[in-house]
Design a protein around this ligand. Structure first.
Ligand code: MN3
Length: 213
């Protein structure tokens, strides 16, 4: 096993009542574990790729041998997306963002409320499975995008600052078909400290671009 399932950084029940215990258990122990297992199995066919980090694999999918490209895209994406997802949530999270992410949001969307509305709307309108993201552009700007399946923004040259899981497995047990309700409630478990840590990484990549503006 080259890639490992990271442990949840809190109990299965820690995000109640926003995300129920059974959903967390199935989502982490079954879904995320399967992405890791499938990624590892695929990489056994190309051991030269086993030393690469998942983000390196996804950054240039055209460089991945064709026989495992779709498997790496889907399962490597699933691994990377969920590894971020557990960390950008925490018990008693939520509230208004502060720091660098707050500045990015206000500069781009005017207010936190307008940002949430646009993000939730994009997530609600996305057809089928996928993710909704706040993604950083090479210019240093940010935008809301959705991606299908387990595609990560890194594969299109964008930096994944934060993302919410639009797959039914993320919400169906508690919210049934009411995805907008799940999207609205999710903000109450967002770990803004972790999101700000990611923003700092994004900004450090793009400082030259920012300085030139
Ligand atoms: Mn998921």
């Amino acid at each position: 096993m080259v890639h490992q399932l990271p442990p949840l950084p809190y109990d299965y029940s820690a995000l109640e009542p926003v995300i129920d215990t059974q959903t967390m258990k199935l989502h982490h122990d079954m879904h995320h574990a399967a992405y890791v297992k499938n990624l590892n199995t695929a990489l056994e066919k190309h051991p030269n790729l086993q030393s690469k980090k998942v983000e390196e694999l996804l950054r240039d999918l055209n460089a991945i041998p064709e026989d495992i490209r779709a498997t790496v895209r889907n399962n490597g994406g699933g691994h990377m997306n969920h590894s971020m997802f557990w960390k950008i949530m925490k018990p008693r999270g939520g509230g208004d963002p502060a720091g660098a992410v707050s500045k990015l949001i206000h500069d781009t969307f005017g207010s936190f409320n307008d940002f949430k509305t646009k993000f939730n709307d994009a997530g609600a309108k996305h057809f089928g499975s996928g993710w909704v993201w706040l993604a950083g552009k090479p210019t240093g700007e940010v935008q809301i995008i959705t991606t299908p399946n387990q595609d990560n923004p890194i594969s299109q040259g964008l930096f994944p600052i934060l993302g919410n899981d639009l797959w039914e497995h993320a919400y169906y047990l508690k919210y049934n078909n009411r995805r907008p309700e799940y999207l609205a409630a999710w903000w109450n478990v967002v770990n803004w400290e972790e999101v700000n840590r990611r923003v700092e990484i994004f900004l450090s990549y793009h400082e030259p671009a920012l300085a030139a503006r």
